[in-house]
Write a protein that binds this ligand. Structure first.
Ligand SMILES: [Zn+2]
Length: 232
C-alpha cells in the first residue's frame, strides 16, 4: 500500500469519527428538543385543565344566580296564591309555576353536571400535580445529561476535525484538494475495490482503473469519483 493510500485511509477513519460525532450531536439535540416539548406539553395540559375548572366554576356561579331568581319568583307566586280573584288567574299561575319548576330542575341538573365535571378535572389535576415534579425532575436530569454529552461530542468532533486537517497536509496538494472535495460531498472519500467493483457506488470500473488500483496508485472510481484501494 502506498503512503498516500495509507494516509487517505487514516484520514477516512478520522473523518468517520467526525461524522459519527456530528450524527450523535444531531440525535442528542433532537432528544433535548423532544424532552423540552414534553415538558411544555405537560405544563400546557395543566394550564388547560385549570382554565376549564375556572370556566366551570364561573358557569356554576351563573347558574346559582339563575336559580336564585327562579326561586324568588316561585316564592312570590306562592305568596299570592290566596289573593287570586279568578280561575283564569289561578290557571295562569299554575302554568307559570310549572314552567318555573321545570326551569329550576334544569338549572339544578346543569349545576350538578358542572360540579361532577369539576370533580373529575380536579382529580386529574391532583394526579398530575403529584406526578409532575417527579417527571419534570427526570426530564431536567435527562436534558442535563444530554447537554453534557453534547459538549463532549462537540469537543471530540473538533479534535478530530483538527487532527484531520493536520494530517491532510501529508497528502500532496493536488490529491489533497480532490480528496477533500470527495470526502466532503460523499462522506467516504476512499473505498475498497472488490472484484473490480467500487464499494462506494457498486459500479464495475474499467480494467485500466483496476490495474492502477492494483499498482497502489491514487486513482478514483470513474463513476462516483471516490478513491479506490485494494483490500488486503
Ligand atoms: Zn464508485
Amino acid at each position: 500500500m502506498s503512503p498516500e493510500i495509507y494516509t487517505m485511509l487514516e484520514l477516512q477513519s478520522i473523518w468517520d469519527k467526525v461524522l459519527e460525532a456530528k450524527n450523535e450531536i444531531t440525535r442528542s439535540r433532537h432528544a433535548i428538543d423532544f424532552w423540552r416539548n414534553e415538558m411544555k406539553a405537560m405544563e400546557a395540559k395543566m394550564a388547560d385543565l385549570r382554565s376549564r375548572v375556572n370556566q366551570l366554576k364561573t358557569n356554576i356561579k351563573q347558574k346559582e344566580l339563575e336559580l336564585h331568581d327562579v326561586e324568588a319568583r316561585i316564592q312570590f307566586l306562592d305568596s299570592r296564591k290566596n289573593s287570586l280573584k279568578s280561575q283564569r288567574e289561578f290557571d295562569s299561575m299554575i302554568t307559570e309555576l310549572e314552567t318555573l319548576n321545570q326551569k329550576k330542575d334544569e338549572i339544578e341538573n346543569s349545576m350538578l353536571q358542572y360540579m361532577e365535571d369539576v370533580d373529575a378535572i380536579e382529580n386529574e389535576l391532583s394526579v398530575l400535580q403529584q406526578e409532575m415534579p417527579k417527571r419534570l425532575n427526570q426530564i431536567e436530569n435527562d436534558v442535563e445529561e444530554l447537554q453534557n454529552k453534547l459538549e463532549l461530542l462537540q469537543k471530540e468532533a473538533e479534535d478530530n476535525a483538527s487532527q484531520f486537517n493536520k494530517q491532510m497536509t501529508e497528502l500532496p496538494p493536488d490529491l489533497r484538494a480532490r480528496f477533500a472535495k470527495v470526502i466532503e460531498t460523499k462522506g467516504n472519500g476512499i473505498v475498497p475495490l472488490e472484484n473490480g467493483i467500487c464499494m462506494g457506488c457498486h459500479f464495475q470500473v474499467p480494467v485500466y482503473v483496476k490495474d492502477e488500483v492494483a499498482k497502489s496508485k491514487a486513482v478514483t472510481c470513474t463513476n462516483c469519483g471516490r478513491f479506490l484501494y485494494f483490500k488486503n
